[in-house]
Design a protein around this ligand. Sequence first.
Ligand code: AMP
Length: 540
Amino acid sequence: MQGLMMQQPLLVASLLVHADRHHGDQEIVSRRVEGDIHRYRYRDLAQRARRMANALAALGIEPGERVGTLAWNGYRHMELYFAVSGSGAVLHTLNPRLHVDQLAYIIEHAEDRVVFFDLTFLPLIESIASRVKSPKVFVAMTDREHMEQTCSGSSMLMCYEDLIDLQSDEFDWPLLDENSASSLCYTSGTTGNPKGVLYSHRSTLLHTYAAALPDSLNCSARDVILPVVPMFHVNAWGLPYIACMVGAKLVFPGPALDGQSLYELIETEQVTLSAGVPTVWQGLLSHVAERDGAFSSMRRTIIGGAPCPTAMTVQFQERYDVDVLHAWGMTELSPVGTVCSFKAHQCALSGNDRYAVQAKQGRSVFGIDMKIVDPQGDELAWDGKAAGDLLVRGQWVTRQYFRGDDVSPLRDGWFPTGDVAKIDADGFMQITDRSKDVIKSGGEWISSADIENVACLHPQVTMAVCIAARHPKWDERPLLLVVRQPGSMLTGGELLAFLDGKIAKWWKPDAVIFVESVPLGATGKVLKRQLREQYGNYYL
Ligand code: AMP
């Protein structure tokens, strides 16, 4: 027998419609690329998103086609979040920290029809335009005046404000299939070329419900949320959608992610909840400590993307009375998987016992199941001791990469995360290692294989191995171990200069160590784990 409830698809546009109708007066504040502060309300967001939906139709964007963005966290980016997905196209957020060749590859692979960009990225757009084969429309996310100041001579560009000025603000959001694609985000956290994760309206809405819950990111209409985590990195952990769902005030930092700018914004806008990777918070904490400041409104901060150091948790909580919510997720998980919020019996814990719990990545939110397995695939006990490959499954976990090679990444219906973890009897997961061969620096991925390949092009290099070494500021930085050709006097400086221009600047290893040989396993594979044990603390 069928239930007799209304059939309403779970659609991204419905979040905006809700925010418009029920929280229309709520504010959205953005620090703009142009330097000033912009503020408006959900009502204005909804109106401008409808205009942009009309503009996309006028550009000939069809349902299912991809629309790229290369932009900071700001209101125009938010408008595109809803205009693009809401009208049936696919919002493709691009990570400007990638090398221009990778960006060009991703734009071609996704077949983006249009790319919207913040003025900061004009030089990047010009380099991309000369590399992509199919003609694209590029739209500068600014007004005519700023465009004329910055982009004179670039005839291929359109202007965001011109585009929507011409349009009506009447637009009926189409009743889409909830399983149709809403957005796309490429991840470099795998080996090989970046891979696309294609979210659906349904997965996005279910993720939004679950991530907003009290034991998840704990968001409400009384919150003022500052997503420092970029909107190009897994949709700023879903916070733009969550804010619409709960009617929270949103504060966007734009390009200014330094401690002073963030602190000013937190205090002037009375932010209650912020979210970002540990590296960003380090800058903020140093700034506040230097001026002997305090947080007058911020009570919670979500820290994820990399392990949250206990010293950071202690500082936030003891010195500033800001609760730390340690969370774990992945691009492939939309991203929230686990959040470290206490169970009732843990609330009485104090001191080191409390911090030992908070150092864990946390427990599953409803919708995500997880398990740890040994190399044979057998499930390991949740005893807080056994560590194994972490596998997950759920309604907002990818089952296939976008235009992948048709080989499912799943193992018996579970997604292998590439993280190695243990789980305790309370269901709290703690990451102990990583089986995927990538480096995460300041919350963004660096491909060790790409660096090795480029280093090996040097005629005096016999073998190059790049490992993740722990770093006090960036969490991890690449360290290059090199076997030179016999008799070679190649120096580290010469080799690093050779890498210039061939990889993104911030990918360049901070040091090169010349070694006689590297340890190899039975199948000839480099034993990176052994090298990480030996050299992993090099930068500490
Ligand atoms: P991304 O897809 O770029 O969001 O990266 C996901 C990966 O980042 C995970 O598979 C982990 O390796 C790492 N990661 C994310 N959050 C944490 C965390 N809280 N602690 C440790 N590693 C994390």
